[in-house]
Design a binder for this molecule. Sequence first.
Ligand SMILES: *Cc1c(COP(=O)(O)O)cnc(C)c1O
Length: 381
Amino acid sequence: MNFNTKVIHGGQHHEAVTGAVNVPVFLTSTFAQKSPGQHSGYEYSRAANPTRQALEDSLASIENGARGLAFGSGLAAIDCVLKLLNPGDEVIACDDLYGGTYRMFTRLFEKYQLKFTFVNMDDPSDISEKITDKTKLIWLETPTNPLMKLIDIRAVCDLVKGKNILVAVDNTFATPYIQKPLDLGADIVMHSATKYLGGHSDVIAGALVSKTVELGEQLHFIQFASGGILGPHDSYLVLRGIKTLALRMQRHSENGQKIAEYLQNHPKVGTVIYPGLPSHPQHDLAKKQMQNGFGGMVSFTFKSNEKTDATKFLENLKVFTLAESLGGVESLANHPTLMTHASIPADKRAELGITDDLVRLSVGIEDAEDLIKDLEKAFEA
Ligand SMILES: *Cc1c(COP(=O)(O)O)cnc(C)c1O
């Protein structure tokens, strides 16, 4: 099956008893057994629930993986991956990580004697010198947030081939419509399904997809044993979101490209960061690693380098909503320094290149002309 068909049919079957076309929301904690231990395959909804199962099968299908797992949030999914490790194990992570991931690594898991090394992965060979015989996991995000840096997934995977080191990729920004990390050699894909998979800013959810059945079993055991599952109603919402993922990502990418090009030609704009622009320093990698477009996330700075210009611009947007998060059908604008990335110390932000005049847009699926008009009015103000 091709992707456009998988998002509609992957893991989804008509309900056996009534023929219902949509997977029902199975609001049940437990399942009747015929005789002790003799059940339908479902015993207790923490272990498995038919609605969540349909979503998990859909996730595995769209990411070309062996097993999908759905969690109560993106962070719960990351937590599950880290519990594969043992005290003393080492993790190498990219240095431009989602803030919540960084917080979990350093403030929760370091105290259980996991060691984290943060590396700029622009040149994947820089990872080699950080690998020790205790390295068990490489964690990466591409494109990164909010600077849209790319990491060459295949090059990283090739580097650790045969070394008993897992590679996990946070695929939240690109989604499998654009980028399929398992096909490029990764072992685990992770999503904040809160973003593009859900797609409507109405649910918090997370996902993992494993390349192999065995790794899927290990992750399922941890999910079952620690309990961070997604409920049936939220599973239904994500499943419904996935059905339009291909259509939405196509429009997000078209609009993202148009807005990036508009911004690039605007006299008040300094730098525009979008993988689909030839001016992006890793545009060649983007063309190789990303398909069907480059997504809806666009960041830019002001020519004046003034924070006040950024805040004034953001106050004057009408169609774009000033809010954290991303990946919904509606366009959002964010000021990383004052909003999503405020918890990162100022010197660390400066080191990464997150300046006070940086604005991040999550371009929605509205009419591109209306979005551009909205930006133009805000620039004039
Ligand atoms: C939002 C986000 C997360 C965390 O997911 P939650 O669903 O908020 O727990 C992780 N990674 C990336 C890239 C994100 O954007």
